[in-house]
Design a protein around this ligand. Structure first.
Ligand SMILES: [Zn+2]
Ligand SMILES: [Zn+2]
Length: 239
């Protein structure tokens, strides 16, 4: 028998499905944003050799998120424009819900869901997996190749063809909270909107997830807005 889930139950179940996936994991969610926690769960699954399929349909993925996904093995990413369904399953368990993937760690919305097991609700489970397969067949596959961003680590051959500008500070950086592109300034690593929110608390060590310089995932804050390699590259040398 399927179980009814409220918001907390839904988050818990989705997380468990990711954690317990042994062979396959399918995540169907129109809105895809990778929180750090969510990304780490996916990374663990990928390290366990689970085949992961993600189908989304709204919002362009940020370069940071695409790069992070590209680093994972066994991840297939599909885009289906008219996607509205939300469904998450591994080889044994499934959740059909109103909850988008990025909301699984948030508790603000009221969501509902049902938890189904392949063992106890096999025809329901099969119908839903078939529908997911059908959506994938009409989807566009998104190539996950790492975008080498300007001013990121160059390899030696590129570096030698570059002129002296290599260690010059970047002109543009990323907001350490929302990844919007902003002028590079380690004194001002937030965009206007995020700065407004940050300044209500003014905690210089409030943890963010993005390097101001390269835009990759990593712990950052107002005091240390760039990752170590960017710091070494652009700040240490020039001081
Ligand atoms: Zn921002
Ligand atoms: Zn960096």
């Amino acid at each position: 028998m399927a179980d009814f889930l409220t918001t907390n139950g839904t988050s818990y179940r989705i997380e468990t499905i990711i954690i317990e996936a042994k062979k396959t994991l399918t995540l169907v969610s129109p809105y895809l944003q990778l929180s750090k926690t969510f990304y780490e769960r996916l990374k663990d699954a990928s390290n366990r050799k689970v085949n992961i399929r993600i189908i989304y349909g709204k919002d362009e993925l940020k370069p940071n998120e695409k790069n992070s996904l590209a680093e994972l093995e066994n991840v297939e990413l599909y885009y289906f424009e008219n996607l509205h369904a939300k469904c998450y399953f591994n080889e044994t368990d499934m959740v059909i819900t109103s909850m988008n993937m990025y909301e699984f760690s948030e508790k603000n919305n009221r969501e509902m869901g049902v938890h189904i097991t392949k063992q106890n609700d096999s025809s329901l489970y099969d119908n839903a997996t078939n529908e997911a397969t059908s959506i994938i067949q009409s989807s566009e596959i998104i190539q996950l190749t790492k975008t080498i961003r300007q001013l990121k680590k160059e390899n030696k051959s590129q570096a030698s063809t570059n002129n002296k500008q290599t260690d010059k500070k970047p002109k543009r950086g990323y907001c350490i909270r929302c990844e919007t592109r902003i002028p590079y300034d380690i004194e001002k690593p937030y965009c206007w909107d995020c700065f407004t929110i940050w300044s209500q608390f003014e905690n210089p060590e409030y943890e963010e997830n993005v390097c101001h310089s390269c835009g990759e995932f990593g712990t950052s804050n107002m005091l240390k807005p760039v990752c170590y390699s960017c710091y070494k590259k652009y700040e240490k040398i020039t001081f």
